[in-house]
Design a protein around this ligand. Structure first.
Ligand code: FES
Length: 574
């Protein structure tokens, strides 16, 4: 052990290093550790267990398994708590708190003595927060996820959070099922601990993390409640000990080429649009810009291979039984950057060549017979898109992908809630619904509110989709012709701030444009009269920090002082 490893790392500043070590050991010995234990390499374990977070319910067992792996390899495991975020227990929205979790994790990685760390994430914002922290602290790190929940059943239907959450709630609102049944559903939707069992943000991030090389092969899809999840965790503990010898840092692994691989996987699994924002934030910590034009091109050559809800029929436990990431990466192999290093110390190409033998399954399709031919996510430009906006065109109505209509503008989430079902709202099925001031600052926290409901009076006439535009995000489980992430957002004076009800708005996905038929002269007049909404004011605390420093969607909604600028490279590669 050299002088800067193990318990000797990052000594507390007392002006006398020997005193600092003596005091540290005196206190830690109160936990029962021997001199032998304290002389070993130290592996930190970021423990994100929380009584509020069912997606992390198995974290205590994972921590024990990681500890076993570390000790079997001769190290000293030390778990420590960080913030834990659950989607349904984060007011106003978990995205608002993601950067706080990343700061907490980064500072613990820096402050506590450890030679490597195992990060245990799972629920949507936790893995992005941890990888952002890992990129900035740049000490050897392995990412584990808690793993997906098992699917369940309701009256013989197979169900799972959270695709079926919205479906049943829609049935209840439309009185297709009664109160007794929705209560029954509530008790069956989430049958086990673990992350949502569909290709939502958590699963998308898990798959991208494995493709990035920051997770041991096979780790993305193992269900939370299985023995295999614990064996994977034990192996991660042992691997963390190897990392201390290899000194492989996140910046060695998370290169522009590796981010391209991750984005390729996002497209191939039919992943969440939220994944784009998170990858931009993680890459941004390393000075790597996500080039959305290049991402759009990547999409057109990357088909959707995975037949999982919400785009397909299966659940995450089916993907695991079909081989997890192995069949996906094996199919994508001709399109991947195979020289990228992974935390195994080997390249992605070497790992793919070493996968268990392929077998017949129908969850992951071959490249020659995909679920969808590709181009699922398009990047839009124009005088209403500003620096850009995205649309998941594979979820839209084909006839609406080229559409001009009259804008109906809602100034905030509250305004939307108040007026959307007003019988006097001037709206037709051809109108374009616009929600503004719901972006990173406007809401704040860029909530998943982009699925603007169809006005009741149109829904009851049978209208099922309309062009909808906002500066917020959308749950992967929502469908429709929905433009998201308009950047810059309205709350900082982006184009959405200037559009008015009655303006003609045009969407043309084939030409990648989003525009309003308003002259530059009129837009300049409107801009002169614009002022930021009241919701962006903050006097103190975390909200003040957020309002003063949060970046826009194209930069990952990270805080500007946490990013690495100027950008030194971009992904996907040109
Ligand atoms: Fe945690 Fe879906 S709520 S992953």
């Amino acid at each position: 052990m050299n002088d800067n490893s193990g318990m000797k790392r990052g000594l507390t500043s007392y002006g006398d290093e020997k005193f600092s070590l003596y005091l540290r050991k005196a206190f830690i010995k109160a936990m029962g550790y021997s001199d032998d234990a304290l002389s070993r390499p130290v592996i930190g374990i970021a423990n994100t267990y929380s009584a509020y977070n069912a997606c992390h319910a198995n974290t205590p067992q994972i921590v024990e398994a990681v500890k076993r792996g570390v000790m079997l390899a001769g190290g000293l495991p030390m778990d420590f708590p960080t913030i834990s975020l659950h989607e349904a227990f984060s007011f106003p929205t978990s995205m608002y708190l993601r950067n706080l979790m990343s700061m907490d994790t980064e500072e613990m990685l820096r402050a506590l003595p450890m030679d490597a760390c195992v990060l245990i994430g799972g629920c949507d914002k936790t893995v992005p927060a941890q990888l952002m922290a890992a990129a900035s602290a740049d000490i050897p790190v392995i990412q584990i996820v808690t793993g997906p929940m098992l699917s369940g059943t309701h009256r013989e239907q197979r169900i799972g959070a959270c695709t079926d959450c919205r479906r049943f709630w829609g049935d209840y609102r439309a009185q297709r099922i009664d109160e007794a049944e929705i209560n029954e559903v509530e008790s069956r939707l989430v049958p086990t601990g673990g992350t949502c069992g569909v290709m939502g943000t958590a699963s998308t991030m898990a798959c991208m993390t494995e493709a990035l090389g920051m997770m041991l092969p096979g780790g993305a899809a193992i269900p939370a409640v299985t023995a295999e999840r614990l064996r994977h965790s034990e192996a991660a503990g042992a691997r963390a000990m190897k990392l201390t010898q290899l000194k492989l840092k996140p910046s060695d692994i998370m290169t522009a080429a590796a981010f391209e691989n991750a984005l390729r996987v996002l497209l191939a699994v039919g992943g969440s649009t939220n994944g784009i924002v998170h990858i931009a934030a993680i890459a941004g910590r390393l000075g790597i810009k996500i080039d959305m034009d290049a991402f759009d091109r990547l999409g057109s050559e990357t088909p959707v291979l995975v037949d999982l809800k919400p785009n397909g029929q299966y659940y995450m436990d089916d993907l695991h039984n079909a081989g997890g990431m192995a069949p996906i990466l094996r199919e994508l192999k001709p399109l991947l950057n195979l020289d990228c290093l992974t935390i195994t110390g080997r390249t992605l190409g070497e790992e793919i060549d070493d996968y268990p033998a392929a077998f017949t399954q129908d969850v992951v399709r071959p490249l020659a017979n995909p679920i969808h031919s590709g181009g699922g996510i398009a990047f839009l430009k124009g005088n209403l898109a500003g620096d850009g906006a995205i649309i998941k065109q594979s979820a839209g109505t084909p006839e609406l992908l080229v559409h001009t209509g009259t804008a109906v503008v809602f100034d905030s989430l509250e305004d939307l809630a108040t007026r959307i079902d007003d019988p006097d709202l001037e709206v037709t099925g051809d109108s374009v619904l616009i929600l503004r001031n719901a972006g990173p600052k406007g809401a704040p926290g860029m909530p998943e509110a982009g699925y603007i409901p169809i006005p009741e009076k149109l829904a009851t006439q049978g209208v099922t989709d309309m062009v909808r535009i906002s500066d917020c995000r959308m749950s992967v489980t929502a469908f429709g012709t929905i433009v998201l992430h308009a950047t810059p957002e309205a709350a900082v004076g982006g184009p959405l701030a200037l559009v008015e009800s009655g303006d003609q708005v045009s969407l043309n996905v084939a030409e990648r444009t989003l525009s309003m038929n308003v002259s530059d002269e009129i837009l300049a007049q409107r801009r002169a009269q614009w002022s930021p909404p009241e919701s962006t004011r903050a006097e103190r605390g975390y909200k003040k920090l957020h309002m003063e420093h949060v970046t826009q969607a194209d930069e990952g909604v990270d805080f500007d002082f946490l990013t690495q600028r100027p950008f030194t490279s971009s992904a996907p590669l040109k």
